[in-house]
Design a protein around this ligand. Structure first.
Ligand code: FAD
Length: 364
């Protein structure tokens, strides 16, 4: 008999397992994929750590989280500074003085502010009825047309004029020449990839790969006292109230026989006519100098059951549906629900670390 059965070897399940083992509890981790790590899994190709399920940059403003995660890996000084490609032009992201200088030739923050205000005055509306009007009312036409429109339309699979304004509440503009995407004070990539970080968490813990808990529920329930379930909550309840919706992402990954393909880890393609949203060049996350390179084109994709669920669609319908499942979950005595799928919420890795630690504190 195990004290804990942990369903899913992603970041949440692995941290919980580590904490449980530390306290002397016996654990079994079951994972339906053929590898540990969930979506932060990285795989070595040509000496390069490839982020198989999308680019993952660890960032946090929480010192406790930062100290905690660094016991499992050494982090490098990677700083996320994506660039945007629009019809042959390159712009810095997030929107900052470098972006405005390239767009309009302005040099000082005062000039940039004036230019944006002019644009909003000329094209903005008081009560935006769709995403296009909303975005233009926030940053003006030029930034919207070149850097927001096509990217957002590809992400949502719909034209900006058909999307609700609420999707974009704010479009932060930064009046400094600072290309660092995140405002958090701690940021980096684990040297040697995320998988080895997870392997350290799971060191000494029994893990069964290629094991779908829901397919072997009865036997597995019988060999443990408690369960930590990090899979989709609606699947746990056999979709009895209906299906929660996600947006998915499709990756096309290839090895290129060149040393440096795009000079940056992340390049966003902001024009609608280019079908992918981003190209990731993985070696740049670790300042790699390997002779070859690996790139992944990212395509935003609709989701149907069986596809990889990436981004929860937290609209009114889905949130209400989730509440129904969550109230059933709250009545469970043996099962704890956690992680992005168990809580149907978009969590960054630092949120997951904090949530998993809180869950461990509460239950162990
Ligand atoms: P998961 O990693 O999904 O782990 C759940 C595990 O449970 C999976 O391995 C799954 O196979 C397994 N499982 C599910 N059902 C079953 C079952 N029935 N039986 C057995 N096993 C099961 N965060 C950042 O901080 N920075 C970033 O740059 C960043 N980029 C991202 C990019 C993309 C494209 C996406 C989608 C997310 C990104 N994130 C990022 C968020 C990050 O991926 C998550 O915070 C984190 O992976 C969530 O961990 P988890 O353990 O909750 O879920």
């Amino acid at each position: 008999m195990y004290d804990y059965l942990i369903v899913g070897s992603g970041l949440f399940g692995s941290i919980f397992a580590f904490e449980a083992r530390k306290k002397g509890y016996s654990c079994l981790v079951v994972e339906k994929r053929g590898h540990v790590g969930g979506n932060i899994y990285t795989k070595e190709v040509e000496g390069i750590q490839v982020h198989e399920y999308g680019a993952h940059i660890f960032h946090t403003g929480n010192k406790e989280v930062w100290e905690y995660i660094r016991q499992f890996a050494e982090f490098n000084r990677y700083t996320n500074s994506p660039i945007a490609y629009y019809k042959g032009e390159i712009y810095n992201m997030p929107f900052n003085m470098n972006t405005f200088n390239k767009m309009w030739g302005v040099v000082t923050p005062e000039q940039a502010r004036k230019k944006i205000a002019e644009q909003i005055e000329k094209y903005g509306v008081d009560e935006p009825k769709n995403l296009e009007e909303q975005a233009i009312s926030l940053v003006g036409k030029d930034i919207y047309e070149k850097l927001v429109k096509g990217y957002t339309e590809k992400q949502w699979g719909r034209r900006a004029t058909e999307l609700p304004p609420e999707i974009i509440r704010r479009l932060p503009v930064r009046m400094t020449y600072d290309n660092n995407y995140f405002n958090d004070c701690y940021q980096g990539i684990p040297i040697g990839g995320y998988t080895q970080m997870i392997e350290r968490m799971l060191d000494g813990i029994e893990v069964r790969l290629d094991t779908d808990y829901l397919e072997e529920k009865e036997e597995l329930d019988n060999i443990c006292h408690k369960i930590v379930y990090t899979g989709p909550i609606d699947a746990y309840y056999d979709y009895k109230y209906g299906e929660l919706e996600y947006r998915s992402v499709r990756f096309e990954t290839e090895v290129l026989d060149e040393e440096n393909h795009q000079g940056n880890a992340v390049v966003n393609y902001t024009e609608y006519e280019v079908p992918y949203t981003r190209i990731i060049e993985h070696k740049h996350f670790e300042f790699g100098t390997q002779p070859k390179t690996v790139v992944s084109k990212e395509y935003s994709a609709p989701w149907k059951r069986g596809d990889e669920p990436y981004y929860p669609v937290n609209n009114e319908r889905n949130n209400l549906l989730y509440e129904k499942y969550a109230s059933d979950a709250a009545r469970e005595e043996k099962v704890i629900f956690g992680g992005r799928l168990g809580k149907y919420k978009y969590y960054d890795m630092h949120h997951i670390v904090a949530e998993a630690l809180a869950c461990a504190r509460e239950n162990l």
